[in-house]
Design a protein around this ligand. Structure first.
Ligand code: FAD
Length: 497
């Protein structure tokens, strides 16, 4: 039976959803958008009554901007966000140094989006939610996953609404995008051990302050009770406050924010007009032992948590979703073997392990007070993420020059002979086959094929680009294509995909 609506109350008792997405954070929303454009009917549930209201994940990295381009939200994201301002370090009431957190030489050929963008997380989520509605999906707010079981065919989940009403739904797969305290991960008994990155707790809040310049990200790193930072949030009249506590515990109140501002900065405490949102946290780095148990998968903070230093968390979650979305689409709509989903963990878990190491290093370097050691650039852009060791990577050419684009790598944007851009071809849920000075095999549904007599920087051959923009197969032999398609679609070249 097909799913008539994405709202659980509208489901007939015997309805089978394709995917139950638990959590409408950035990860769950990005996944839901990707699934919706693949005609995969997802039921998205969120325990809160509305979208998350805080700014916390405010840095959108270059690679995530490319993902947002493909998902059709980049224009809205760029219109709502802005560039990072220079940092201004203060000692008491004295400004001592202005410097770039984002390395200004971070130009990056091969991407339309070389610089990170600042946009409060609540705004990113609003835009993803609007896109989901446009694509015909929706979120069931005020609906909590209480428990679930799975069998060979499906997952059976018990959902609970705020008034205690319980109903049971069935879905072929369940994705736990339910954050660091993930109910799904705990129910599966998947361990997520890790280390405390910093024993000192921190307060993060969105505040309205009169009389503070919006041209800088202000930092008082040497304040005796702990560092305090105020970042003007692009597209709003708010600042994001970050305050560490050398002793004691954060208190989430307007009075406490005024006390911090009064004690650690030259600003008048009464200049703090409003605290729109506040939260406390203690940075921890931890990685789930597994990303998959049968029909249940973990994504985003449910699978990895780490320090916010380097602005990687939301980005890594969105890219988990982007990696998983097309694989679920292939399995559910195009007959790919279920084993395709195993490649999600083998590709994404090592990436998260690297992100944990990077964010812990940046966090600890931040304590040294040396601006260069915390500067963000190539290492945080996520453009270098690739899957060279993946079971889905097939590099069949030999004798390649050192700098050749290899299977497993992210495909960069470049100009095509007709003056359009490669990313224009890639945009959408399909695979793209580039046949360079090589006859293209018969076309297949689900693959956009283009032939070129020559195409700098690619040497003659066949290049199959995955829907998430990584080069899956590079070969000079058309017979390799059939083998590759069997992996990702369960069908062979010459047959419909
Ligand atoms: C101070 C700070 C600064 C940060 N800065 C950055 C940055 O610059 N860049 C960056 O990339 N990241 C940053 N991060 C990290 C980023 O905020 C997180 O990585 C991101 O929110 C993870 O998204 P998610 O969707 O995986 O999880 P979450 O945002 O935690 O969303 C999970 C959702 O699941 C819902 N949920 C939970 N349990 C259930 C249930 N049982 N049933 C139904 N729903 C449920 C929750 O209500 C929530 O809405 C920062 C974090 C902090 C604290």
């Amino acid at each position: 039976m097909t799913l008539p609506s994405a709202q659980p109350e509208a489901l007939p008792p015997d309805a089978l959803a394709d995917v139950l997405v638990v959590g409408a954070g950035a990860t769950g929303l990005a996944l839901a958008c990707d699934l919706a454009r693949r005609d995969v009917r997802a039921l998205v549930i969120e325990q809160q009554d509305g979208l998350f209201p805080g700014s916390r994940g405010k840095g959108v990295q270059p690679r995530t901007q490319e993902v947002f381009d493909d998902l059709g939200v980049i224009d809205a994201i760029r219109a709502a966000g802005g560039r990072y301002p220079k940092m201004l370090t203060w000692r008491g009431d004295q400004p001592v140094r202005e410097w770039d957190l984002i390395a200004q030489d971070a130009t990056e050929p091969g991407t339309p989006y070389p610089a990170p963008l600042m946009i409060p997380q609540w705004r990113t989520q609003e835009i993803l939610h609007e896109r989901l509605l446009q694509l015909g999906g929706s979120v069931a707010f005020g609906t909590r996953l209480a428990e679930f079981t799975q069998d060979a065919e499906a997952v059976t989940a018990v959902l609970e609404s705020a008034d205690g009403d319980r109903r049971t739904v069935r879905a072929r797969y369940l994705v736990g995008a339910d954050g660091g305290r993930s109910t799904v991960r705990r129910a599966l008994g998947i361990a997520m051990d890790g280390e405390t990155v910093d024993p000192r707790p921190a307060l993060v809040a969105d505040v309205r302050i009169d009389g503070l310049g919006r041209g800088n990200w202000h930092a008082w790193p040497e304040a005796p009770e702990g560092a305090l930072l105020l970042c003007p949030l692009a597209g709003t009249d708010l600042f994001q406050l970050f305050a560490q506590y050398a002793t004691g515990e954060p208190v989430l109140s307007l009075d406490e924010v005024r006390r911090l501002i009064g004690e650690r900065t030259p600003l008048d405490p009464e200049a703090v007009r409003e605290v729109r949102w506040a939260s406390d946290f203690r940075p921890r780095a931890a990685l789930a032992d597994r990303y998959r148990a049968g029909r249940v998968l973990l994504a985003g903070d449910a699978a990895h948590v780490h320090s916010p230093a380097g602005g990687q968390g939301l980005n890594t979650g969105v890219q988990d979703a982007y990696n998983l979305g097309w694989k679920l689409g292939q399995v559910l709509r195009h007959g790919a073997p279920d084993s395709l989903l195993d490649s999600y963990e083998s590709e994404r878990r090592p990436v998260a392990a690297d992100v944990l190491g990077l964010s812990t290093r940046l966090h600890r370097a931040g304590r040294s007070g040396d601006p260069v050691s915390v500067q963000r650039g190539k290492q945080t852009s996520q453009l270098g993420v690739g899957y060279p060791d993946s079971p889905l990577t097939a590099e069949r050419r030999t004798g390649l020059p050192e700098d050749a684009l290899r299977a497993g790598g992210r495909v960069p944007d470049f100009e095509l002979p007709d003056s359009t851009r490669l990313f224009d071809l890639l945009r959408g849920p399909h695979f793209t086959l580039l046949a360079v000075a090589t006859p293209a095999p018969a076309t297949h549904p689900g693959i956009l094929t283009r032939e070129f007599a020559a195409l700098d920087p690619l040497s003659p051959g066949l290049y199959l680009i995955r829907p998430d923009g990584y080069l899956g197969l590079a070969t000079r032999d058309a017979a390799d294509l059939a083998d590759y398609l069997a992996l990702v679609s369960g069908q062979h070249a010459g047959r419909a995909m």
